[in-house]
Write a protein that binds this ligand. Structure first.
Ligand code: TYM
Length: 331
């Protein structure tokens, strides 16, 4: 176990886990958990950069943990925990923020997007959020970070911070690599296929929730925006069709081009139905498992408590090393 490489990743419990989160990240977490030592967190501290209803946030965080397991993360193999249960994340974040430049953070496209969306609440946390994400990753000597393409810029910043810190204070952090899937790294909205499928989309027809009932999935896919050409091809400009082919491809293990060949000469209606069938088949076992797991509150509690303990031990070790390097008097 010890010589396995480390993986860290997480999802923010804001909104619900979408097909985008599943295909872009969680499906790969499951795939990678046999060959790596994996830590998967419900990153609740990240989600309060946008205002949350406290009661809903708490319920959602538990739901996310149950969904991680329902998707196939095995608590006997991987560590799962709530970010707020391991104080080292916030502590390392402070040290790293003193080694991150305002200019670097100002260039983050997600900050620009989110501050445009939440003009009434452009808080400091929203700005420094990528530093907390760097702390999440660097605390565990992470080698690989499986994420969708939208997190690439944040990951590059985490690498830059690690390299800078190592240069200033001597070798401390592993410089992480990203794992971005070849297909499905950016699942697009079903209603506006030029923007990514997002769990905070106010229009639920734009996304598929992993717990959507099959008839809802079919309805949403039937309504998916395509184009007026009526030709199934994977090419530049055909955003809606490309998205459907990518979703299908990511699920059945084909490239979108191979998927397009499978549907050559067929109509969009048929394509949508076949994508819906594939999505429903993929999510059926997740939904069944979720039902059983989410009802067992004491099991959930045992998983997140054991997870926080294991993660906390690893994180504390790194934090102590960092505190020593920057010159704090050790406790
Ligand atoms: P979040 O919560 O927005 O998304 C969780 C994961 O899902 C991926 N993803 C997508 N992939 C494909 N298509 C989409 N439409 C789509 N939407 C989301 C994201 O790339 C991500 O992998 N900052 C992170 C959470 C985080 C984190 C970390 C991740 C905090 N600390 C440390 C990795 C390592 C976030 O907001 O992801």
């Amino acid at each position: 176990m010890q010589d396995k490489k480390m993986i860290f990743s997480g999802v923010q419990p804001s909104g619900c886990i979408t097909l985008g989160n599943y295909i872009g990240a969680i499906k790969n977490w499951v795939k990678l958990q046999k060959d790596y030592r994996c830590i998967y967190s419900v990153v609740d501290m990240h989600s309060i950069t946008v205002r949350q209803n406290p009661k809903e946030l708490r319920a959602r965080a538990l739901q996310f943990l149950a969904l991680y397991m329902a998707c196939g993360i095995d608590p006997d193999e991987s560590i799962m925990f709530f970010q707020s249960h391991v104080p080292a994340h916030a502590e390392l974040s402070w040290v790293l923020s003193c080694n991150t430049y305002m200019g670097e953070l100002s260039r983050m496209t997600q900050f620009k997007d989110k501050s445009a969306k939440h003009e009434d609440n452009i808080n400091a946390g929203l700005f420094t959020y990528p530093v907390l994400m760097a702390a999440d990753i660097l605390l565990y000597g992470t080698d690989l970070v499986p994420v969708g393409v939208d997190q690439k810029q944040h990951l590059e910043l985490a690498r830059d911070i690690a390299i800078r810190f190592n240069h200033l204070y001597g070798d401390t952090f592993t410089v992480p690599e990203g794992y971005i899937p070849p297909v499905g790294a950016r699942v697009m909205s079903l209603q506006d296929p030029t923007s990514k499928m997002s769990k905070s989309d106010p229009n639920p027809n734009g996304y598929i929730w992993v717990l959507d009932e099959p008839d809802v999935i079919v309805k949403k896919l039937k309504k998916a925006v395509t184009d007026s050409e009526g030709v199934i091809e994977y090419r530049e400009g055909k955003h809606g069709v490309n998205n459907l082919l990518s979703i299908y491809g990511a699920i059945v293990g084909k490239t979108p081009r191979e998927a397009a060949l499978e549907f050559e000469g067929q109509g969009y209606g048929n394509l949508k139905m076949r994508v819906a069938e594939a999505v429903c088949e993929e999510l059926r076992p997740v939904q069944e498992k979720y039902k059983a797991i989410s009802e067992d509150k004491s099991y959930l509690e045992s998983v997140y408590k054991a997870g926080a303990e294991k993660a906390g031990e690893l994180a504390e070790k790194t934090l102590r090393k960092v505190y020593d390097k920057v010159g704090f008097v050790l406790r």
